[in-house]
Write a protein that binds this ligand. Structure first.
Ligand code: 0RA
Length: 327
């Protein structure tokens, strides 16, 4: 067993706070909260995809009740952390608020628990194993009962348990939710796959491979056209007024925006909005901005093409949006 120094005691106090008030970190200890654990680890892989280093994430519902998530990103750094003096990977998985790419929350854009992340999952797990492939080596760290490290460090570093190709990099997290904390520890394939499908639409070019070891079921989610395909999917049973959704993307500073929309013969409007991959339920400024821009452009265009004469009033925004389906 690892010797606990002063900083290790602080670490465990942080994780203990999570175990005392799990609802504050994951919303609930019911099935929703349980599945939040998956989303949190998944988000780290998505961040690695957004940074441009990860094209695939594997998600396995293990037969022993665990969840195993492997991202094929760069691998969590294994060097000794400059201020915590333990391997950076152990910092990521044991120190509260160490998310947001090691305290720099500017990097974290995929949503989740505001960068609190992986250490919360560890705090609420009876067992967690982290395996990192980097520099041709496989590193391993294991924790039990809410984030207590059980792996002995070797010269202050994580032990190397195997070799791999230098080009083979990534991070694998296997966790077992603590059944003394959760009302249920039974994961649901339907809940997971519904989310994976959405994640695939919101992250074009990311491949998500799912395996259910209980049933042998395997599914792959990949949407090369991203939200454009999402709109097509939403309209799969509607009468569309044009064959393909319109897709627009743009960047301003470090803000990237993409929009896909398609008109149907429905009388309603359906505007689905996401900010940093999180569904914004009541719209907000991003939806207001879209509506304003659409109304302005449509009116400008109607005048240019002569559908509206100089004396005519502008078309109403609501009329312009009639039948629209948008992401
Ligand atoms: C920052 C820098 C580097 C890797 C990561 C973050 C990283 C974090 C996570 C969390 C889950 N999976 C991850 N994969 C990568 C490495 C920077 C470098 O290689 O120089």
């Amino acid at each position: 067993m690892e010797q606990y120094n002063g900083s290790q005691i602080m670490v465990l106090e942080g994780l203990e706070a999570v175990r005392k008030r799990p609802g504050m970190y994951i919303g609930s200890t019911g099935t929703r909260g349980l599945h939040h654990l998956i989303w949190e680890i998944l988000d780290n892989g998505i961040d690695e995809h957004l940074a441009g280093y990860c094209k695939q994430i594997d998600i396995v519902m293990k037969k022993d009740g665990g969840i195993c998530i492997t991202d094929h990103g760069r691998g969590v750094p294994t060097d000794i952390h400059p201020t915590k003096h333990i391997p950076t990977a152990r910092v990521v998985y044991t120190i509260l608020h160490a998310g947001g790419k090691f305290g720099n929350s500017a990097y974290k854009v995929s949503g989740g628990l505001h960068g609190v992340g992986a250490s919360v999952v560890n705090a609420l797990s009876s067992r967690m194993i982290v395996e990192i492939k980097r520099d041709g080596k496989i590193y391993r760290d294991e924790y039990k009962d809410g984030g207590h490290p059980v792996t002995e460090l070797v010269d202050g570093l994580l032990p190397v348990v195997g070799k791999c190709n230098k080009s083979d990099t990534g991070t694998r997290v296997t966790f077992y939710p603590d059944d003394s904390i959760f009302e249920t520890v039974e994961f649901k394939e339907e809940t997971i796959c519904k989310r994976l499908k959405e994640v695939a639409y919101l992250n074009r070019g990311l491949k998500l491979c799912f395996v259910n070891e209980y049933t042998g079921e395997q599914k792959t989610y990949e949407e090369t056209l991203g939200i454009k395909s999402f709109v097509s999917y939403l309209n799969r049973e509607a009468n569309v007024l044009h064959a393909e959704p319109i897709y627009i993307e743009g960047k301003s500073g470090d803000i990237w925006v993409e929009i896909a929309f398609q008109y149907t013969d429905n009388f309603t409007e359906q505007i689905n909005s996401y900010c940093n991959r999180i569904n914004v339920v009541d719209g907000g400024t991003l939806v207001t901005g879209f509506k304003t821009a659409l109304t302005r452009v449509m009116n400008q265009y109607a005048r240019e093409l002569g559908y509206l004469k100089e004396k005519d009033e502008n078309l109403d925004g609501r009329d312009i949006r009639n039948g629209i389906v948008t992401i």
